[in-house]
Design a protein. Sequence first.
Length: 120
Amino acid sequence: MGKPQKQYPKHALVRLTNEEHLCLIELAMKAELSFSRFLVESGLSGKAPTNEERMLRERTILQLARVGNNLNQIARQLIGTATPAADERWIWESEMRESAPTRLGTSSRVVKSRLPGLVL
């Protein structure tokens, strides 16, 4: 006869993305554990992320989204939202070439002052 089956009175459903599933499968294989046993062991080991870490991660993502929004606004200001008439385009382009380094320098200083660790 084969090895006796363990009886577990509780079952759990876990929602995962495809990427998360593949990553967990690989980690379980490296640990030489079944997928479900790997989830149980890693969850009970105390190495699972805490609620504080999750909240910090969410705040970081929100801040990055805000920075991205600010960069888009800076780009729109540098490029300009209105397209000048065709005969005035060369004037507009020359003005943009002359003022862009100044405007970019000012914008990058503002961003650097708010995000001191950022390298632009």
